[in-house]
Ligand binder design. Structure first.
Ligand code: WTA
Length: 655
């Protein structure tokens, strides 16, 4: 196969070392310490993870074997027995943390709830007892379709407690998407709510469940409904039950089921580039350990922290870093129901101020939205409690990084840019904030125990600063185990794209990257987001960064369109800052700006101004749609994950 080159053009040189003050109290304090850990883990990953499994988790029975690796199937801690809900709850009750805040929840209308570890334990046990009464047994799958309320986390932990794998479906998904996932997972029970509050409206949810089950999903016998909005809700007799009815009088004790380390913990669906969504399967022991340790080290979790991850529990970030990671660590985790909206663009900063949030974790798309809303919102709040910031989801433009650092972090908070995926369970490439000097736009270096590399299609490492495919060479505890019901797809998608080298299988993440002269990784985005202009492959994110660095540009998405001469030409979709108007003059200015930032190679052939970009519900720009638009093709394939269809319609009209 001919080898395309992937060229990186982002040249970001600024270096931000951790402050002495931060490092002093951090779990990992020096770059040396990270390097020693990394080397030790690389020399003997099994020993490294086994020591951590011993020191960080409670096991009912210790494992007989650390790892069984029959590519592409890995099993960790064979023969070991544990329960992740026990590790997240019960084990803290015998310590001073019993009455520590486990979950602080802020509702959008301004109501709030704090659950201590003891209270959360009681509610989880109650829900576990209720779902057992509804006939759910160990091994049965349960669908969870919830707004961001404490019961979403309670439902997940209750399922884990009785050994019923959950499949959380993001509350913004349509009835069809929900139905597909319930059918694929053969869910026996659905846990939902009447609705939730978002952007000043009560959004009904139960009605979507009714639609999903309209023509029957044969596996689903019961629906458990949490009352949140109080809106009038249809209840199907014999099938639907109010949580508050069944909760009344049920015992607050429920022993955690003894689970084998490799028993399935959950299925989480993630959309592939083509075809139906993949059910990513995670299991108990490895996932518990991996989310625990990565959360602790990369976010430097301390007992005094108030930790807030703004993701939704419907995504892997919510699973690993709102629920399981923080609670396993005995941390205080914040959950917010709402979203920044015109009536309160500063609501996130209100939450930070109200609870004295110390660690704040969000996505670049949110940061760009904050920039657009204006820094007077954060500036009007007291954000001095913050000591650490995080970002996830896509490469962060250096401009946005610097704004985040300056305006939100007050130039004192390290930023951890965490590269990982639904499939990896937890952080793979990330700074350890007390140890790793950061560079805006780089996720820096692999977590100890993660043997990452950048390779060509034959699996050979590419040179310094050469673009290539990001791979992992050794199994890690948090890795996905299979695609639910489709082991073949698991093998094909992740393990056969790059040829196994000397019998060594490489996990292919689907991202392009380069490693610079200091060993830092620069993730360039999905490989399918890479444009080839005259045989040079350009990371779309890098051209986007150049555009966003222009004062007029709020957000930019870059795609390729077929071009006879150059193979592909660059097309940029651009939304402007308030006060700017799209014009031919501005279009030329922006083209010249890209040329001066990157070089003539990257000059956009076309710039299209738009009010908004088409995004998935998790905030990722849907470049596939933009590519079709740019090349004048019909939009085909799945658009069910699109957040707002009208954006697409407007772009079409403007074409
Ligand atoms: C992208 C989200 C650059 C990447 C946890 C990956 C990132 C995909 C970063 C996984 C980052 C995530 N820098 N790119 N820090 N974090 N990505 O499964 O393309 O929703 O493959 O998991 O997001 O998305 P997923």
């Amino acid at each position: 196969m001919s080898q395309p080159t992937i060229e990186s053009i982002l040249k970001e040189k600024r270096l931000f070392p951790p402050s002495a003050e931060f490092s002093q109290t951090a779990h990992i304090k020096h770059l040396d310490e990270y390097q020693k850990l990394y080397e030790r883990a690389a020399a003997d990953p099994e020993q490294f993870w086994a020591e951590l499994a011993e020191s960080e988790l409670h096991w009912f029975k210790k494992w007989d074997r650390v790892l069984d690796w029959q590519p592409p199937n890995a099993q960790w801690f064979l023969g070991g027995q544990l329960n992740i809900s026990y590790n997240c709850l019960d084990r803290h009750l015998t310590t001073w943390r019993k009455n520590k805040a486990a979950l602080i929840w802020e509702g959008e209308p301004g109501d709030s709830r704090t659950l201590t570890y003891a209270q959360l334990h009681r509610e989880v046990c109650q829900m576990a007892n209720v779902i057992k009464q509804l006939g759910v047994k160990k091994g049965d799958r349960v669908g969870i379709y919830m707004p961001m309320i404490p019961e979403a986390a309670i439902a997940m932990l209750a399922c884990a407690r009785i050994g019923a794998p959950h499949t959380v479906v993001f509350g913004g998904f349509s009835a069809e998407a929900l139905r597909d996932r319930l059918v694929d997972a053969e869910a026996k029970l659905v846990i939902t709510a009447d609705g939730g509050f978002r952007k000043d409206a009560a959004i009904p949810l139960k009605i979507q469940v009714d639609k999903a089950l309209e023509h029957g999903v044969s596996s689903v016998d019961n629906v458990l409904v949490v009352q949140r909005t109080g809106e009038k809700t249809h209840m199907e007799p014999g099938r639907d039950h109010w949580w508050h009815d069944l909760q009344a009088g049920v015992s607050g004790h429920c022993d955690a089921e003894v689970m084998d380390s490799e028993d399935m913990l959950f299925i989480l669906y993630t959309s592939g580039t083509t075809g139906k969504p993949k059910g990513v399967v995670h299991t108990t022991g490895g996932y518990n350990l991996y989310t625990h340790v990565t959360n602790k080290w990369a976010f430097d979790l301390q007992d005094t922290d108030v930790y807030w991850c703004t993701a939704d529990v419907g995504w892997i970030t919510g699973h690993s870093y709102i629920v399981y990671g923080p609670l396993s660590n005995g941390a205080t985790t914040v959950m917010y129901e709402g979203a920044p909206r015109s009536s309160n663009p500063g609501c996130f900063w209100d939450v930070v101020e109200k609870y004295g949030v110390t660690i704040f974790y969000t996505a670049p798309t949110a940061i760009r939205a904050f920039i657009k809303m204006g820094e007077h919102h954060p500036n009007a709040r007291d954000l001095s409690s913050l000591r650490l910031l995080g970002t996830v989801g896509e490469p962060i433009n250096p401009e946005a990084w610097i704004w985040y650092h300056r305006v939100i972090g007050g130039e004192r908070c390290p930023i951890v840019d965490t590269w990982w995926q639904t499939e990896t369970g937890g952080f793979m490439i990330t700074p350890l904030p007390g140890a790793t000097p950061t560079k805006p736009g780089s996720a820096t270096m692999p977590f100890p125990g993660i043997l990452a590399d950048v390779v060509d299609l034959d699996g050979n490492s590419v040179g310094e600063n050469q673009g290539g495919y990001l791979v992992v060479k050794h199994p890690w505890p948090g890795m996905m185990r299979t695609v639910y019901g489709d082991p073949d797809r698991f093998r094909r998608t992740y393990w056969e794209h790059i040829a196994p080298k000397d019998g060594q299988y490489l996990y292919f993440a689907g991202d392009g990257a380069r490693r610079d002269e200091t060993g830092y990784y620069w993730v360039m985005g999905r490989v399918d987001d890479v444009i080839s202009v005259s045989g040079h492959r350009l990371g779309t994110m890098e051209i986007e960064s150049a555009l966003v660095s222009h004062p007029s540009v709020a957000e930019a998405a870059v795609v390729g369109k077929p071009d006879e001469l150059r193979g592909e030409a660059v097309v940029a979709f651009v939304s402007l800052e308030d006060g700017y108007q799209g014009s031919e003059d501005l279009e030329n200015q922006l083209k010249e700006h890209v040329v001066s930032e990157i070089g003539a190679l990257a000059r956009p052939a076309e710039i299209r101004f738009t009010d908004d970009l088409p995004k998935t519900r998790s905030g990722k720009i849907m470049r596939r749609l933009l590519r079709s638009l740019a090349s004048g093709e019909e939009i085909s394939g799945d658009t069910s994950t699109l957040q707002d269809r009208s954006v697409l319609d407007k772009l079409r009209e403007g074409a």
